[in-house]
Ligand binder design. Structure first.
Ligand SMILES: [Zn+2]
Length: 356
């Protein structure tokens, strides 16, 4: 929670490096090949950022036994519906570009949007890379606060050092589950915050298989990470025929999972980043723009969100649904516009001062 003095400069340097490299040099296949995923999903999880990312000095978040930061029980508040909070599901499609999500052959995703509220103009945080962006998605704060700026599986760097939706929910006694398709999600597995954590090694169909098992076992918060869109974006290019074909297969997996969820669940479907050419990581709309869809009881149906949505809103909206708040200031906010009724009082502090 404590930005260090070097952090802004490091972020700036990272941005300059990423932008300079990725925008000044359009990435042909040969150039991109060092960043192509290898044959196994765990190897596919490695380095899509310049090597300089991993050379950054360790952050406070990188200590082997970081403080979780949850110092007081989250205050229970009412969610958007009367009665107990609904089960909440966060689905992250790794590297699902917003325009591909909107126009691709994705009948299950589009059916989810049709029974919910959606935007294909949400934004992720910079850098648009898997670990930093998922850290924002799960913590409600930006990279300048969560400090998780690397993008490789690197246990020596430790775990995320800020509260996550998992830690907040678990602290409140809720059952938390994560099914991840990349090994590097271990950096989110703070001890005592995720009741059931699974790293699935055989892609989106295996992810759906495991997620169905977890759904049937019961949960309050379930996050499911589908790795394949990113894998095939790096392999054959974002928006390539291969990428678009494989999105349909991912959508098939999504359909199997949705059919197994309890009817009262509220589902948020989104992505960590998009991509262009064979890469991502630049401050470009193709990389930064993500889909954001929410559906379930209390959510507007077939409603196109008009307000801005940022990936940090995912964690805070999930907390709101569960009747919880983050213990400290967050950058995200519940996406109030998505809900059918005016929200009850929620005393979440936001990081953005709203001085009159
Ligand atoms: Zn990613």
């Amino acid at each position: 929670m404590r930005p260090t003095r070097w952090l802004p400069a490091a972020l700036l340097a990272l941005g300059l490096l990423a932008c300079g490299r990725l925008t000044a040099t359009p990435a042909p296949a040969a150039t991109a090949s060092p960043h192509l995923p290898a044959a196994t999903p765990s190897a596919a999880a490695t380095g899509t950022l310049p090597a300089t990312v991993t050379a950054l000095p360790p952050t406070p978040a990188a200590s082997p036994s970081p403080p979780i930061g949850v110092t007081s029980p989250a205050a229970p508040t009412a969610g958007p519906t009367a009665g107990p909070p609904p089960p909440v599901v966060i689905l992250s499609f790794d590297g699902l570009r917003a325009d591909a999500a909107e126009t691709g052959n994705l009948p299950n995703l589009h059916a989810l949007a049709a029974r919910g509220a959606y935007t294909y103009h949400a934004r992720t945080t910079f850098p648009p890379a898997t670990l930093p962006s998922h850290a924002s998605m799960l913590s409600g704060v930006g990279p300048e606060v969560h400090g998780l700026l690397w993008n490789d599986t690197d246990p020596a760097r430790g775990l995320i050092g800020v509260p996550t939706i998992f830690s907040v929910a678990h602290e409140a006694g809720l059952t938390t589950v994560l099914v991840a398709g990349k090994e590097k999600f271990l950096h989110f597995n703070l001890p005592g915050t995720i009741d059931r954590y699974t790293f699935v090694t055989n892609g989106d169909q295996g992810i759906a298989d495991q997620a169905v098992v977890e759904a049937q076992a019961g949960f309050d918060l379930l996050m499911v990470h589908f790795p394949n869109p990113d894998y095939f974006g790096h392999l054959d290019g974002w928006m390539s025929a291969t990428y678009l074909y494989q999105l349909k297969r991912t959508d098939d997996a999504l359909g199997r999972l949705l059919a197994a969820l309890p009817p009262q669940a509220v589902v948020i479907a989104t992505a960590d980043h998009g991509g262009h050419g064979f890469v991502h990581g630049a401050d470009l709309p193709a990389d930064m723009t993500i889909p954001w869809i929410i559906a379930g009881p209390g959510v507007r149906q077939n409603y196109a969100l008009t307000g801005p949505v940022t990936t940090t809103d995912t964690a805070v909206t999930a907390a709101y649904l569960l009747g919880l708040t983050f213990p400290g200031a967050v950058a995200g906010r519940p996406v109030w516009e998505a809900f059918t009724n005016l929200p009850p009082l929620v005393t979440q502090t936001t990081a953005t001062p709203a001085a009159p």
